[in-house]
Design a protein around this ligand. Structure first.
Ligand code: PLI
Length: 463
């Protein structure tokens, strides 16, 4: 009998499983009922009704034994917890910022940065919007302006750095409104809404030079910065021999300040960071945090949460951890490709973004193709993704009309260290089944719309 020859050596996750959490199997009948009760919004499902949860990678991470051990060392003193000082040291070490305020999660830091830096009538240019970030900027009185390169809005462009800023767009805005009206430029990486796409160091340097020329500050949404560093290491000339920690520090050195939702890179379930090299901004944030979050040495977190964050930072810069994580996303993408399912290219860092416009071309955008697709996938298998299209984009502040984003996507996001390759196979086969039956799928109408961040709570009915 002919024996198979070894032609490759596969990689595997750099960890093994010590604790498991059972998940419930559901029936199609249960799921159809559940999604109607949830108003066809996957955010409104009970997690008990979900089989494989790819809603988000935010706070859904599996912590390591070292992080759990650190939880037992939580110092729950109201003031001056020792875990705060451990965390502060790690922030200096990895992000290179001297000043830091803890927050309960990323958007609390976004709120403070926006309130401190923005005046009514200002403009904030950014490399595509993120939902909570833009809302806090708008609530502080600014108008957000998207200055990302055009390739980012094109789901089939294979540009390796779709998170890059278009220098001409940025300069045009500066010339149009004046540098005094732009308190800071906001750069995120990888860009969540563009499909988890990174920016390059070369582009960041150009943005920094332009900002310096016009005396405009540069702030960083460093929520998934280690994934951005990973793509720089793989794709950008001159970075192959640098560690993730070195690239992260170099990236951060170009910014005046940053915020982080620790619920992503840091592999914890809760937490946020506001860090800066500007003492005045720090002092304002340190004062503001006591109004909204808690004392400046805990910022809405327990001491044990800060310890888990500090220990998570040592793990977030480990190349093999990121390789395994991004490798899972790539595996999912390659398998979906076998069935011809359309999704955003190149495959991003934290998620696969299905292209709902191509998947359901018979639905108009105001029939909510991505919302529809997310609910159909859930009904088929209990796999939960989320809408990242017209619902997430909200309404135009002046006209009240829907914003019609070019990208109408369903995000399948991978919690860190949680699911196995077999879970991904199940998810892929379900999506491929929905794709085979796509012509029969009907759209949705919105029947309830909350004022802010409508994608979280809006309700829909079948057309
Ligand atoms: O969810 P928060 O408040 O800890 O963080 C807000 C936030 C800020 N920036 C970026 C790039 C995010 O991705 C982000 C939160 N993202 C969520 C919840 C997500 O599902 O992607």
């Amino acid at each position: 009998m002919a024996k198979k020859k070894v032609t490759k050596r596969s990689w595997a996750e750099p960890f093994k499983i010590k604790v498991v959490e059972p998940i419930k199997m559901t029936t199609r009948e249960n799921r159809e009922k559940a999604i109607i009760e949830a108003g066809y919004n996957t955010f409104l499902l009970k997690s008990d009704d979900v089989y494989i949860d790819l809603l988000t990678d935010s706070g859904t991470n599996a912590m390591s034994d070292n992080q759990w051990a650190g939880m037992m060392l939580g110092d729950e003193s109201y003031a001056g917890s020792k875990n705060f000082y451990t965390l502060w040291d790690k922030i200096k070490q990895y992000y290179g910022m001297p000043y830091f305020v803890p927050t309960h999660q990323g958007r609390a830091a976004e709120h403070m940065v926006s309130q401190i830096l923005i005046k009514e009538g200002d403009y904030i240019p950014g490399n595509m919007y993120f939902t909570t970030t833009r809302l806090h900027q708008e609530l502080a009185g600014a108008t957000f302006v998207d200055v990302i390169i055009k390739e980012a809005h094109n789901p089939v462009s294979n540009h390796p750095f779709k998170g890059n800023t278009d220098l001409n767009k940025l300069e045009d805005l500066i010339n149009k409104v004046g540098a005094k009206k732009i308190p800071y430029v906001c750069i995120a990486g990888p860009v969540n809404m563009a499909g988890g796409q990174p920016f390059s160091m070369a582009n960041l340097l150009e943005v920094k030079e332009l900002c310096k020329k016009h005396k405009i500050k540069l702030w960083f949404d460093a929520t998934r910065a280690c994934e951005n560093a990973y793509f720089i290491k793989l794709r950008e000339e001159g970075y192959q021999d640098k560690t993730i920690a070195q690239i992260l520090k170099e990236m951060c050195s170009h910014f005046d300040g940053l915020w982080v939702s620790a619920k992503k890179d840091l592999m914890v379930n809760i937490g946020g960071i506001l860090a800066t090299r500007n003492k005045k901004v720090y002092e304002e944030a340190r004062n503001m945090v006591v109004i909204y979050e808690g004392l400046h040495t805990y910022g809405g977190l327990a001491g044990r949460d800060m310890e888990a964050m500090a220990r998570g930072m040592d793990e977030m810069v480990m190349f093999d951890n990121i390789k395994a994580r991004v490798g899972q996303v790539e595996y999912c993408g390659k398998r979906l490709q076998e069935y011809g399912v359309p999704f955003v290219k190149p495959i991003g860092g934290h998620a696969i973004f299905l292209d709902a416009k191509k998947f359901l071309p018979h639905l108009k955008q105001d029939q909510f193709p991505a919302q529809t697709l997310a609910s159909e996938i859930y009904a088929d298998s209990g796999v939960r993704g989320m809408e990242r299209g017209i619902v997430s984009a909200g309404r135009n502040r002046d006209t009240g009309e829907h914003n019609y984003p070019k990208l109408e996507l369903v995000r399948l996001t991978f919690p860190r260290r949680v699911y196995t390759q077999a879970h991904i196979d199940v998810a892929v086969e379900s999506i491929a089944t929905v794709y085979e039956n796509r012509n029969k799928i009907k759209g949705l109408k919105m029947v309830y719309e909350p004022k802010y961040l409508r994608f979280f709570q809006a309700r829909f009915e079948k057309l």
